[in-house]
Design a protein around this ligand. Structure first.
Ligand SMILES: NC(=O)c1ccc[n+]([C@@H]2O[C@H](COP(=O)([O-])OP(=O)(O)OC[C@H]3O[C@@H](n4cnc5c(N)ncnc54)[C@H](OP(=O)(O)O)[C@@H]3O)[C@@H](O)[C@H]2O)c1
Length: 315
């Protein structure tokens, strides 16, 4: 391994994006990275180890890390060779969907504990070392839902909005220490994430929710959401590739959307600062014109709007 290899610590590598990113970085042909791929339950490390192949024990090591635990974070960092993290990737995350009235405050707090405070906890832990060495890169896997609210995803979107405000504010101070902050904002990605949400929905009966809201959720939102994943969903490989590019950039961007097919939907918000256009259009598409939404998603799936993608975005 090259002497100048950067140590990359990634949270949430038992599946999905974290797993794929860890393997892509470990396979870097120039061996620029020493990857510490972490997960909260080492009982799940089999899939990562299989995917890591010959990189295991060389450019990739596996370690335990629960982003909701101070002790776990401290123990993980103390086990890192040399003790320094050059690149931190906050990837661990959980979702939550459903009518607000039917969700418990405990479940909502768990989303913030993981998606927001989990990232904050890790950033706090690596910052002193990065500041001392006057270098570092903090990458946070946010979401397009960190840019725009999505119906029945109120709490998840709020947690990603929180992450966005945190990173945008911190980025200004940290530039003074030559530390970069990057928010990666995928649209839907074909990982276990959607399956876990659907399992959560299957188990929940959303107590206290009126029947009209429940029927909107089950009969309009869920089919549209499934179609969104099918039509504009990206592979974890494609999103991980975009993150690898962000990590390899000499001057990493603050924001990087990964899915050009999703950008017509995010553009609605940018087009109208009053927010009326985005809220009304989303409302009409879901509640009044679901067939048009279906056609629109089919159109996005065929890729025809790709020519109108803004600068800095990539398919
Ligand atoms: N999939 C999408 O559509 C999508 C879209 C935009 C953004 N994202 C974001 O992408 C990131 C990765 O998600 P994914 O799609 O790869 O889903 P995933 O396959 O469900 O992966 C989520 C990972 O986070 C881990 N995790 C959850 N709580 C944790 C904790 N307390 N400590 C450490 N790890 C924990 C999970 O571990 P366990 O196996 O132990 O649960 C799992 O490894 C998340 O931040 C998510 O919000 C996903």
């Amino acid at each position: 391994m090259a002497g100048a290899a950067r140590t990359v610590l990634i949270s949430g590598c038992s599946s999905g994006l974290g797993l794929e990113l860890a393997v892509q970085l470990a396979l870097d042909p120039r061996q620029r990275y020493r990857v510490v791929a972490t997960m909260r339950d080492l009982g799940k490390k089999g899939m990562l180890e299989d995917a890591a192949g010959e990189t295991l024990g060389k450019t990739l090591t596996v370690a335990q890390l629960d982003v909701c635990s101070d002790e776990s974070v401290a123990q993980c960092l103390s086990g890192i060779q040399g003790g320094d993290v050059d690149v931190l990737v906050n990837n661990a995350g959980v979702g939550l969907v459903g009518p607000l009235e039917g969700l418990s405050i405990a479940d909502m707090k768990n989303v913030f504990e993981t998606n927001f405070f989990g990232a904050v906890r890790l950033v706090k832990a690596v910052l002193p070392g990065m500041k001392r060495r006057q270098q570092g890169h903090i990458v946070v896997v946010s979401s397009v839902m960190g840019l725009q609210g999505v119906v029945f995803n109120d709490i998840y979107a709020a947690s990603k909005f929180a992450v966005e405000g945190f990173c945008e504010s911190l980025a200004i101070q940290l530039l003074q220490f030559n530390i970069f902050v990057s928010l990666v904002e995928p649209g839907p990605v074909a990982t276990d994430f959607e399956g876990k949400l659907l399992e959560q929905v299957a188990r929940a009966d959303f107590p206290g929710t009126d029947s009209a809201t429940l029927s909107y959720f089950h009969d309009l939102y869920l089919p549209a959401s499934r179609e969104l994943f099918r039509s504009v969903g990206q592979s974890p490989q494609a999103v991980a590739k975009a993150i690898v590019k962000v990590i390899g950039a000499a001057r990493p961007p603050l924001r990087r959307q990964t899915n050009a097919r999703y950008s017509p939907l995010t553009a609605l918000k940018a087009a109208d600062p009053s927010g009326r256009l985005y809220v009304r259009t989303s409302h009409r598409l879901l509640f009044r014109w679901p067939r048009l939404l279906h056609l629109g998603l089919q159109c996005l799936a065929c890729g025809c709007p790709r020519g109108r993608v803004g600068p800095g975005e990539q398919p």
